[in-house]
Design a binder for this molecule. Structure first.
Ligand code: DOR
Ligand code: ZN
Ligand code: ZN
Length: 449
């Protein structure tokens, strides 16, 4: 047996330990992890010089745009940013132009992605107008569905509880999951209208509109619906103590629910939002200390399943509006998430094992990505190599994403992704993309029968 590639002098995160080893790849899979003397012959070798090797990281929530929004980001720039940020796999959200909400729009998106992506990409779909089309979307290989509750995006009427339950039941029938953006449209709209009448258009007004209550209302409503449908439900970017408590309670009473948190909700506060201004505007917004502490507690005790960036790129000029109601909401996160979390590892707030759980093991488990999420023989050869001790300053002008801004700009961080391997290929190496577009793979969910 001849391997395609052997990585020598690795310090690999393996079964909750860091082990000195070599790693052999073949046919896009991990062939062997072991002593150098036991490695098979190989076509090529890379000396990792004792750098730390993690399972290829997974960002379960990104907006890659492309198609009608390619001025903001496209599959090539977005997956370049992913590779540069140490992510071997990302999951694209459906609020695109056109919205991904039919087997046709999904197929088209997959076709375009196939030619352009550098890392593995899976897709979530909004609900189609006709529930009969759920089956076609599942057959097309969607990783799951998405329900955006802050405004009408997909084909499912947000005001129709019975319709939502039926949609959830249909999705459950195919063993697929639903991810939810939990902000209640009614409550949000009412608060926005009052503030607009008062001529309030600053970031504090945005914070007031996107209140804790807006999140809790949506969380409670959807939890009530999920109990009556049995679907696997995932809460995107939980941002409040109350929201998280409601999710934990539901889980304790047997509901199939999981949740994620963003790095910005863990590391930026409402004071930062007021200081930084529009570049920090996202939904749900960053919040005060009470919530940040509750989210960190959830990260540490496992009630928050994983971290996702919610990479949401916009044009810089779209972030520069006078009024907060005109500004495009969202923060690019693919190139800051890992350095920010590695910094927390270096500071002792997070253990390395927790980081691997949050950015690899748990997203793989919840997204049902078999053969991903840990370094194991037979698994996909997706690897993230980091220099745990390298210090640098976040500089958004160097991002590979088209969105060259960040609320973290200028922040000193310790820990940098240096190499990203995807399906056995070195895709990103010390600041540079080293493969052609199309090296990544489109991930299709295997249908349970
Ligand atoms: O901040 C956000 N940006 N939140 C969302 O839910 C959407 C996203 C986007 O697509 O820009
Ligand atoms: Zn969202
Ligand atoms: Zn999002």
């Amino acid at each position: 047996m001849i391997a395609d590639l052997v990585l020598s002098n690795s310090k690999a995160y393996f079964k909750e330990d860091i082990v000195d080893c070599s790693i052999a790849f073949g046919n896009g899979r991990i062939l062997k992890i072991g002593k150098e003397a036991n490695m098979p012959k190989a076509d090529s070798r890379i000396d990792l010089k004792n750098q730390l090797v993690l399972p290829g990281l997974i960002d379960a929530h990104v907006h890659l745009r492309d198609e009608g929004k390619s001025r903001k980001e496209d599959f090539y720039s977005g997956t370049s940013a992913a590779a540069a940020g140490g992510f071997a796999t990302v999951v694209d959200m459906p609020n695109n132009d056109p919205v991904t909400m039919s087997s046709g729009t999904l197929r088209n998106r997959m076709d375009i992605a196939e030619r352009k992506v550098l890392v593995n990409v899976g897709f979530r779909c909004e609900f189609p107008r006709n529930l009969k089309d759920v089956e076609l979307i599942v057959q097309q290989g969607a990783l799951g569905f998405k329900l955006f509750m802050a405004e009408q995006v997909g084909g499912l009427d947000l005001d129709d509880d019975d319709g939502i339950i039926e949609a959830f039941k249909t999705v459950a029938g195919f063993g697929a999951s639903v991810a939810v953006h939990a902000e209640d449209k009614e409550t949000l709209k009412k608060a926005e209208d009052v503030l607009k009448k008062e001529k309030r258009n600053d970031v504090a007004a945005f914070l007031k509109a996107h209140s804790e209550r807006v999140e809790l209302r949506a969380v409670e409503r959807v939890l009530n619906l999920v109990r009556r449908s049995g679907v696997q439900l995932h809460f995107c970017h939980v941002s409040t103590e109350e929201g998280l408590n409601a999710i934990v309670e539901a889980r304790e009473s047997g509901a199939r629910v999981s949740c994620e948190v963003t790095p910005h909700n863990l590391l930026l506060s409402s004071d930062d939002l007021k200081r930084i201004g529009m570049l920090c505007v996202c939904m749900p917004p960053v919040r005060d200390k009470r919530h940040i502490e509750a989210l960190w507690k959830g990260v540490k005790n496992g009630s928050i399943d994983f971290v996702a960036s919610d990479h949401a790129p916009h044009l810089l000029k779209e972030k520069e509006a006078e009024s907060v109601w005109d500004v495009k909401v969202g923060i690019p996160g693919l190139e800051t998430t890992l350095p920010l979390l590695l910094t927390e590892v270096n500071r002792g707030r997070l253990e390395l094992g927790e980081l691997v759980r949050l950015l690899a093991e748990k997203p793989a488990e919840i997204l049902q990505l078999r053969r991903k999420g840990c370094l194991t023989e037979g698994y996909d050869a997706d690897l993230t190599v980091v220099d745990l001790h390298r210090k640098f300053k976040i500089d958004s002008s160097k991002f590979l994403s088209k969105a060259k801004y960040s609320p973290f700009d200028g922040r000193e961080v310790t820990g940098k992704p240096v190499k990203t391997f995807v399906n056995g290929r070195l895709v990103f190496d010390e600041g540079e993309v080293v493969v052609k577009p199309g090296t990544g793979r489109v991930l299709r969910r295997e249908i349970a029968v």
